[in-house]
Design a protein around this ligand. Structure first.
Ligand code: NAD
Length: 250
C-alpha cells in the first residue's frame, strides 16, 4: 500500500542510518523524497538508490544548523515537486562524552546547533510551506535521551529533551491548522552514529540495557515514522513515541 502517495517529504540527515531507512521506506510508499544531508556522498548514494526503484527524489546538500540552508531545502522542494507535506527533522550528532564540569564548550555549541536549532530552523522553514500546501505532518527525531539522562552526554540529552518540548509547542500552535507534529524517541539503534564511535564491547553493554536484549535497527524506526507521517495517524499530535526495546520501562 502506498501510504504517502502524492506527498512530498523532506528528510534531513537522510544520507545514513535512520534517515536513510526513512527515505527508502517513504519512497517505497509513494512519496516524492527530498533527501538532505551535509554529507554529499551519503546523500547522493541514497538518492541513487531511490531513483533506481523508479520513485521520484532529489538531493539537496544542507547543513541543518543553518537557517538559510533549511529555507533553501524548502524552496528546492517546492520547485521540484510543487509543495511540502511531510518533514522528518532527523539530522543529528552525538557530541563529546565528558561530565558537565569538563564538557568542551565547542561540542556543546555544535550539538545544540545541529540537534536543537536544526529542528527549530527546520520547522521554522517547513511550517509556512505546509500551511500553503493545505496541511502536513512533521516528525522530529528525539531519543530515549529526550526522556532520561545518560552519563557524560549533557549536550545531547539537553537537546533531545528540548526537541520534545519544541514538538509539543508546535502541535499546540498548528494542529488546528492541519499540521500534526510528533517526536520519535529511539533506543540505541545500530547505525554509523554508534558503530563509528563506540567499541564493540561498549555496544554489547549498551545492547544489554534494552530489555529486548539487542540494539534496534534503523528500518524498525522508519516503520514508526512512516505511520506517524501517514493519514493512519490522523488523530496523533503533540506526542512522544518511544521505540526502544523497552529501555524506558526500567
Ligand atoms: P547517522 O550518523 O547514521 O546519520 C546521521 C546523518 O545526519 C548523517 O548522514 C550525517 O551526515 C547527517 N548530519 C550530521 N550533521 C548534519 C548537519 N549539520 N546537517 C545535515 N546533516 C547532518 O546517525 P543516526 O543514528 O541515523 O541518527 C539519526 C538521528 O537519530 C539523530 O538525530 C540521532 O540523534 C537520532 N537517534 C539515534 C539513535 C541511535 O542510537 N543511532 C538513537 C536515538 C536517536
Amino acid at each position: 500500500m502506498e501510504l504517502l502517495k502524492n506527498k512530498t517529504a523532506i528528510i534531513t540527515g537522510a544520507g545514513s542510518g535512520i534517515g536513510e531507512s526513512i527515505a527508502l521506506l517513504f519512497a517505497e510508499n509513494g512519496a516524492k523524497v527530498v533527501v538532505t544531508d551535509i554529507d554529499e556522498d551519503g546523500g547522493n548514494r541514497v538518492l541513487k538508490a531511490i531513483l533506481k526503484t523508479g520513485a521520484e527524489a532529489i538531493f539537496v546538500k544542507s547543513n541543518t544548523a543553518s537557517f538559510e540552508d533549511n529555507q533553501r531545502v524548502v524552496t528546492e522542494a517546492q520547485r521540484a515537486f510543487g509543495g511540502v507535506h511531510i518533514a522528518v527533522n532527523n539530522a543529528g550528532i552525538g557530541g563529546a562524552q565528558a561530565p558537565i564540569g569538563e564538557y568542551p564548550l565547542e561540542s556543546w555549541d555544535k550539538v545544540i546547533g545541529v540537534n536543537l536549532s536544526g529542528v527549530f530552523y527546520g520547522m521554522r522553514s517547513q511550517i509556512p510551506a505546509m500551511l500553503e500546501a493545505g496541511g502536513g505532518a512533521i516528525i522530529n527525531m528525539a531519543s530515549i535521551l529526550g526522556q532520561v539522562g545518560f552519563d557524560y552526554s549533557c549536550a545531547y540529552v539537553a537537546a533531545k529533551h528540548a526537541v520534545v518540548g519544541l514538538t509539543k509547542n508546535a502541535a499546540l500552535e498548528y494542529s488546528a491548522k492541519g499540521i500534526r507534529v510528533n517526536a520519535v524517541g529511539p533506543g540505541f539503534i545500530n547505525t554509523p552514529l554508534l558503530s563509528n564511535n563506540l567499541p564493540q564491547e561498549q555496544l554489547d553493554q549498551i545492547a544489554a540495557l534494552h530489555p529486548i536484549g539487542r540494539l534496534g535497527k534503523p528500518e524498525e524506526v522508519a516503520e514508526l515514522v512512516l505511520w506517524l507521517a501517514s493519514e493512519k495517524a490522523s488523530f496523533v499530535c503533540g506526542s512522544y513515541y518511544a521505540i526502544d526495546g523497552g529501555y524506558l520501562a526500567r
